[in-house]
Design a protein. Sequence first.
Length: 83
Amino acid sequence: MQFLDFQLRNQLFVAPMAGVTDRPFRQLCKRMGAGLAVSEMVTSNSLLYGSAKTRRRANHEGEVAPVSVQIAGASPRLPAPVR
């Protein structure tokens, strides 16, 4: 399946679930055949302030591309600096 610039092996996506889709779980899902595994939701505010919990959630070290993150925020101006 073609998704943006990436060729995914299938249409099986793992949805973002807070407290569930951490890095080890995403890696396991990809090994078991998921085409894409989305990380836990992070808020744009916390990305700017860099809390330890947010840094852990945003850590994709060692993951196979593509990497997908759900970023939530109330202000359209906040997500812009964290891209």
